[in-house]
Design a protein around this ligand. Structure first.
Ligand SMILES: [Zn+2]
Ligand SMILES: [Zn+2]
Length: 127
């Protein structure tokens, strides 16, 4: 699979619970909604459907690396400032540039970044 942003081949990162694909170029993360749910649950976070967010159909996102259909932008967080992309066909999730760490980072470390992203996303207070 290639990165929806820059076409670089995504690298697979996995442990016994989750597998995700990362772009070494832009730091984007592609994962299955089931893998995301496992990461959130492991950190005592509510499921994705409980975190809210609204689809912004006017924003242009990339294409799903697996189905080649257009991704949909979901906005959340304070003043809708936090966004991720999702594929309505396969349920895949694309997180833009959140993983600018070391290429050898463990799935655990990457999972922590994903969790802090969704903490920001789920915080819809105006403060
Ligand atoms: Zn990329
Ligand atoms: Zn897809």
């Amino acid at each position: 699979m290639d990165c929806p942003r820059d076409g670089v081949e995504l690298e697979l990162k996995e442990d016994e619970h989750v597998s995700l694909q990362r772009c070494g170029e832009c730091g984007g993360i592609w994962m299955d909604v089931a893998d995301l749910s496992r990461i959130l649950l492991r950190h005592n976070m509510p499921g994705l459907e409980k975190l809210g967010g609204t689809a912004n159909l006017e924003e242009i996102a990339g294409q799903c690396p697996s189905c080649q259909v257009d991704l949909v932008v979901i906005e959340g967080g304070p003043h809708k400032s936090v966004r991720y992309d999702t594929c309505e066909s396969c349920g895949g999730i694309w997180l833009e540039g959140i993983d600018k760490g070391n290429p050898d980072d463990s799935v655990e470390t990457i999972g922590d970044r994903i969790v802090s992203f969704y903490k920001r996303f789920g915080n819809q207070s105006q403060h």
